[in-house]
Every structure is written in C-alpha cells, then in structure tokens.
Design a protein around this ligand. Sequence first.
Ligand SMILES: Nc1nc(=O)c2c([nH]1)NC[C@@H]1CN(c3ccc(C(=O)N[C@@H](CCC(=O)O)C(=O)O)cc3)C=[N+]21
Ligand SMILES: [Mg+2]
Length: 293
Amino acid sequence: METAAIINGKEVADSLVASIATQVAQLEAEGKRLPGLAVVMVGDNPASDVYVRNKTRRCQQAGILGQEFRLDEATTEADLLGLVDRLNDDPGVDGILVQLPLPAHLDEQRVLNRIAVAKDVDGFHPNNVGKLSLGDATALVPCTPQGCVTLAQSELGADLSGKHVVIVGRSNIVGKPAAQLFLAQHCSVTVVHSRSANGAELARQADILVVAVGRPEMVGPDWVKPGAVVIDVGINRTERDGKAKLVGDVAFGPVAQLAAAITPVPGGVGPMTIAYLLENTMKAYAMNQGQQV
Ligand SMILES: Nc1nc(=O)c2c([nH]1)NC[C@@H]1CN(c3ccc(C(=O)N[C@@H](CCC(=O)O)C(=O)O)cc3)C=[N+]21
Ligand SMILES: [Mg+2]
C-alpha cells in the first residue's frame, strides 16, 4: 500500500529560525537594539518546562534576547499582573508569553488581557483575536495555527485557495484561529468538535485535515479521505512498553497508509509553534520600532 509523505516540521522550522538569525545578525551589525522575548511560567508543570527550555534554546539560535521568569505555583494574581505590567513598560521586551495553563487560582483571560497588544506574541489578547478576524495586517497571530498553514503549504504549494479544510477542535488557541487563517487563504473551512453529529463523515471531506483535540490517537483512518494532507497538532505524553512516548491526536501508522502527507509527533507542528513565536517577536519588534508591517 501506498504510504504518506512525512512532513518535516523540524526542517521547516530550522529554516525559519535560520532566516530570523540572519535578520537579527543584520540588526546587530547595524548596532541596533536586539529583539527581546520574555517567557513567564507559573508553577512547575514538567511538560511546560520542556517547551520553555526549547523556546529559550531557539531564541539563542536566532540571537533574540530570551528571558525566563519562573514564578512560584502559589503566586498571586496581583503579583503576576505586576510582572506583566513591568514587562509591558520595559522597552527591551518586544514579546511577552505567559505559559498556559495557569494554576487554577489565576484567571487566565484576565492575565492575557493585561499583556500589551503590541507585545502579545501568542496572539491571545482580544484585540489581536479581533484583528485576525478582520484581516488587519498588524495582528499578532497565534503561533500553532500559523505553523499549520505553513506546513500545509509546504506540501501543497502557497496557493491553498478552494481547498476544503476540516479542523477538528474549536479551542481559542488552535481551532478557532486556524479556521480564520485558512479562511484568509481562501479555503472552505469546516470546524468539527465534540458535539458534531457526524465528525468522521465531515472529516472525510477534507483536502486538509487539522486535528487539535488533545486526545491521543483519536482520529483514525475512518476520518481521512485518501490523498488528504493531515496536520496533527496533538502532543500527548503516553507510555508504551514501559517507556514514555509522545503521540499525536492522529493514529499515525494507519492514517499514513492512506493520506498523501502527514505531520509526525514529535517533529511536526511543535517546532513550528516555536519558530512562529520568534517570527512574531520580530514582527512585534518592528512594530515597536515604529516600522510599517
Ligand atoms: N501561552 C502559551 N503559548 C504556547 O504556545 C503554549 C502554551 N502557552 N502552553 C503549552 C503549549 C504547547 N506548546 C508547545 C510548543 C513547542 C513544542 C515543541 O517544541 N515540541 C517538539 C518537542 C516535544 C517534546 O519533546 O516534548 C515537537 O513536537 O517536536 C510543543 C508544544 C506551546 N504552548
Ligand atoms: Mg481543546
């Protein structure tokens, strides 16, 4: 049986980071201030720890000044908001990311709303959500969905117009912004979720299937049209034969038997999320310097 092409997200991300590194080196050669990214993490979730370390490593590769702020699990909302205020006012900080999820006693939306719109490199502030839906070029756009579009384009070419994209999952951080971004690429977009009556049947109509549900291997071959491009956003920590293993939301082996192309986990969407975080930091830097975008 035919087998899908495996979309190499790590490689695409490497080339994005390399191009950012070139831009930063140019700034440095001109004696300019370098872009800065602040990552704030509350408590010690071991998965978040891996992401935060990856972000810091990628910043170093690109020459972006990355700072980590690790706050105690018991941090009060007032203290966290106080840190956000200081970062908002710090002219050396172009981008601010507050790692989610936050401990239950902290109101996530209130914290996200406090981040300066122009420094909101996650694209989670209501103003940026609104700008994305309006097609405003100054929007800072969520990183994971941008990665999904770019990986689909790496397989199908830049012009996605007329493709039917089915997105499984309707979260504020992936599903909803992914729908907006593919719409902006002139795709037809269907969003499937836990209350959909006929999810698998809708998904089988997809030219591009994006899966972001957070449930290990939930999407099997019965969800996939032969020849579809499958973008798996899930990163689930599981155990197999007593060993820790990362799996996506898509049953990789069986789906790879009929898809045209599929993203692996790890090495698919994850590295793209970080590459776009750096890309957004560059955009925020440019806007914060008063440049036209
Ligand atoms: N405010 C906020 N913004 C985020 O963007 C955000 C967040 N909170 N909370 C958690 C999720 C998750 N996330 C990932 C980023 C990179 C990888 C990544 O680099 N993954 C690699 C390695 C995975 C591994 O080894 O654990 C891969 O998939 O190949 C994964 C997941 C960003 N998130
Ligand atoms: Mg979700």
